[in-house]
Design a protein around this ligand. Structure first.
Ligand code: HMG
Ligand code: MG
Length: 296
């Protein structure tokens, strides 16, 4: 089965870094990722620069990256203001984002779930007018850092509202990385009654070390799009305790060894991780075979 890996490292990976990362490093990181041949790279976010200072240079990053034919360069777009900025920056795909937990959504975007979906209407319309596809994220689909375990019904409800709105793809987020395969299968069994499996993406963080098992469980259920970050960088500034995304290197390895056809080249992803690790001055998720990682 053909599987798409959406690289979210430049956005989800870098949004949580405490130290300001120079724009030049971001551009070189995205360019190195482009060399790996992804279908989609989430480059940045057109959110409030006061809320997420690390991504305040979204326009400049988009202006300076080398765009590879065949790769969609996407970004988070929370509202109309974000869409205006994003269209000027020539994004290839817009991602709106809400949650299955009211408390998390309020902390993240300062709105209830219903209010946030209301804000998306002009974003989806505007993107459609510009012939740009739209992804909708549902965060805290398994656990919320404030409300605890989330019922699958709450996720189904938000997913239905997003499909009614006309988003093309929905990414189900385990924001704080606590789900296990049994949770994933329970949720997917409910969701797949309402939405086609080809429209779903799974977005796992790896706080409890179960992300790769969750990817494989989703793959077994027929899911063919996975979000991951090179070197496993990442986290959410509004979800205390959230660790990085599942590492792209692990996703490529686990899926190809399970018979999937995956586009990004593992060696080149490792090279992008090495580049970022050197720039951040720390060793990222151990990528076997990368120059900065121990052998074995
Ligand atoms: P708001 O807080 O409701 O405020 O914004 P507002 O709309 O009243 O605007 C407040 C100020 O922000 C105003 O400026 C606006 O102009 C400005 P002021 O008049 O005070 O000078 N503003 C903007 N500036 C630039 N671009 C914009 C924009 N919008 C407003 N687009 C908003 C709502 C959502 C924008 C804000 O709360 C925000 O930016 N929050 C940050 C959300 C975020 O980026 N979270 C992390 C990403 S989500 C995630 O990581 C989860 C995910 O990975 C999946 C998973 O793991 O589950 C996707
Ligand atoms: Mg995330």
């Amino acid at each position: 089965m053909r599987v798409k890996v959406t690289e979210v490292g430049p956005r989800d990976g870098l949004q949580n870094e405490a130290k300001t990362i120079p724009t030049d490093v971001k551009v070189r990181f995205v360019d190195a990722l482009s060399e790996a041949g992804y279908e989609e790279i989430e480059v940045s976010a057109f959110v409030s620069p006061d809320r997420v200072p690390q991504l305040a240079d979204a326009e400049e990053v988009f202006a300076r990256i080398r765009r590879r034919e065949g790769t969609l360069y996407s970004a988070l777009v929370p509202n109309e203001r974000g869409l205006e900025r994003a269209l000027r920056a020539r994004i290839g795909k817009a991602a709106v984002f809400t949650a299955a937990s009211e408390t998390f959504n309020r902390k993240n975007v300062n709105a209830s779930i219903a209010e946030s979906i209301e804000r998306f209407k002009p974003v989806v319309e505007g993107a459609r007018g510009a012939s740009i596809p739209v992804r909708g994220y549902v965060s805290t689909a398994f656990w919320c850092p404030y409300e605890g375990k989330i019922a699958p019904e709450a996720v189904v409800d938000v997913v239905k509202r997003l499909t009614d709105l006309g988003v093309d793809e929905i990414s189900i987020g385990d924001t704080i990385g606590k789900a296990v395969p049994a949770d994933v299968m329970t949720l997917l069994d409910r969701l797949l009654d309402h939405v086609d499996q080809d429209r779903l993406a799974m977005h796992f963080h790896d706080t409890y070390g179960t992300a790769i098992a969750n990817v494989l469980a989703s793959y077994e259920r027929g899911i063919s799009t996975f979000d991951s970050s090179a070197g496993g960088v990442g986290g959410c500034p509004f979800a205390p305790g959230a660790s990085g995304n599942v590492a792209t290197e692990d996703v490529i390895w686990a899926l190809t060894q399970s018979g999937a056809d995956v586009a990004p080249d593992l060696g080149r992803v490792r090279a992008a991780t090495d580049l970022l690790g050197s720039a951040l001055g720390r060793s990222l998720h151990r990528a076997p075979g990368s120059t900065s990682a121990p052998p074995g």
